[in-house]
Design a protein around this ligand. Structure first.
Ligand code: ASP
Ligand code: MG
Length: 443
């Protein structure tokens, strides 16, 4: 069995839903996870904010703006009168539900979470009805019947496995199941969600829970690219990448999959394939546990980094200095990303500079501190085992004309990080791309 997830743009227009139906028409068994129609979740956030602020008039307006366009959506989605009538009835149900909260005394977090779930509930109900109209034999599985998080908001994989199997057993003759992304129950049994963009997470949880053959994430990009296509011209989709490499890339800005989403699939060894709804015949990218024999897989960048250099003459031959430094970061719950040290100084980077002033003040009590804002981490991901030679040379050759502030190599065997001035990012990404992917001399 496979699980296939389609995001907001993939179901954002009636004709896109038609394409999704075609893509899932093969007879092999599958669970299809859908996001809300694009724009819907944002609108629901906005309506919830207005109701929380007792702005009934604004909320009414926003509700009308959200549901207005669903009329033509329904008219274009279905081809029969019976289908259209059912579609309009679905939209009316959720429109009425949401409107019934206007003017209610207290609208809080619980109600907001209930509202946010409605986008996926609407899209899946409309889609399921479309499949019925088109003669597909599919079943709608409510995510609230199997998707659950614990008191720490962590998904309960074993619970999901048990409940999902129970749900599937109710429809022994079906091969096609539709369900909502993003939506879940929390530990209090209330309607909740897996955080914005959480439909991917739903898909990887389902695939992992049932130890499926494959998890497919369908978007409008042809997989993970070797470099940022917005900045670098000659990029290409990576056919195969390991979970570790994908997690490094996701953290460093490749927007395609959140690192937490990859975890369940990695733990239960289910490959994740990234595919493009616009070009379904393309292979996309498969993320799996097979380490590649390639040296370099991809390059990514993370902006808005702050570098802090902490120097102490007393660090020479002293112990306990690093503990003192890191304790300060820990006290301010600020995570440190890159670290480099010399005998008398340590340089490190942080992403969240909210408590920078306080941190610097405390560091200055025992050291000389230098801060550089607007730095960029360039992360080169690949297979840099201990025995590899020559990679450093190629990297430095590419960076020949670009000032390098920090380098971190050896922390993990799949990542080399370089810190540069944010202003040099485009030049660095392009130079590295040419040198590492197109003029790679044999090493
Ligand atoms: N609809 C939710 C959101 O927009 C979840 C998702 O699309 O993945 O955040
Ligand atoms: Mg979305």
């Amino acid at each position: 069995m496979k699980v296939l997830k389609f995001g907001g743009t993939s179901v954002g227009k009636p004709e896109r839903m038609h394409s999704v139906a075609k893509l899932i028409s093969s007879p092999d068994p599958k669970i299809v996870v859908l996001s809300a129609v694009s724009g819907t979740t944002n609108a629901l956030v906005d309506i919830s904010n207005k109701l929380s602020n007792k702005d009934s008039k604004g909320a009414e307006e926003a509700i009308a703006n959200l549901f207005g366009p669903y009329k033509s959506f329904v008219d274009e989605l279905y081809s029969t009168e019976a289908g259209k009538a059912k579609g309009h009835a679905i939209v009316k149900t959720y429109h009425d539900l949401i409107r019934s909260y206007v003017g209610k005394a207290d609208f809080g977090d619980k109600e907001t979470r209930l509202f946010l779930a409605q986008g996926e509930i609407i899209s899946t109900n409309l889609f399921q009805e479309y499949l019925v109209e088109q003669g597909y034999s599919s079943a709608l599985l409510p995510a609230l019947d199997f998707m659950k998080t614990d008191a720490d908001s962590e998904p309960m994989l074993d619970y999901i496995e048990t409940k999902l199997n129970e749900q599937l057993a109710k429809f022994p003759n079906k091969h096609l199941y539709i369900t909502q992304g993003y939506v879940c129950l929390n530990s209090d049994g209330e309607v909740d969600n897996l955080k914005r963009g959480g439909s991917d997470y739903t898909a990887t949880l389902i695939g992992a829970a049932l130890r499926m053959e494959e998890i497919q994430i369908w978007t409008d990009i042809d997989g993970m690219h070797n470099n940022d296509p917005r900045i670098v011209k000659r990029t290409f989709p990576i056919p195969e990448i390991s979970f570790d490499e994908a997690a490094e890339l996701a953290y460093f800005g490749a927007k395609i999959l959140h690192p937490t989403c990859i975890r369940p699939a990695q733990v239960r060894k289910v490959p994740v394939r990234l595919l493009n709804t616009m070009q379904p015949e393309q292979k996309g990218t498969v993320i799996n546990n097979t380490p590649s024999d390639r040296d370099i897989t991809a390059i990514a960048a993370k902006d808005g980094i702050t570098a802090i250099k902490i120097k102490s003459s007393r660090m020479l031959l002293a112990h306990g200095f690093l503990r003192k430094v890191f304790e300060i970061f820990e006290n301010y719950k600020t995570s440190v990303d890159m670290i480099t040290t010399s005998e008398v100084a340590v340089s490190l980077t942080i992403d969240d500079a909210k408590n920078l002033d306080q941190i610097v003040k405390e560091l200055k009590e025992f050291s000389i501190v230098e801060v550089d804002m607007d730095q960029t981490i360039i992360c080169v991901v690949g297979n840099f085992g201990k025995e590899k030679t020559g990679i450093g040379k190629r990297l430095f050759d590419a960076m020949e004309t670009i000032p390098v502030r920090m380098i971190s190599y050896g922390g993990s065997s799949s990542n080399i990080s370089i810190l540069i001035n944010g202003g040099n990012k485009n030049e660095a990404l392009n130079a590295l791309n040419e040198k590492l992917f197109f003029h790679a001399e044999k090493v």
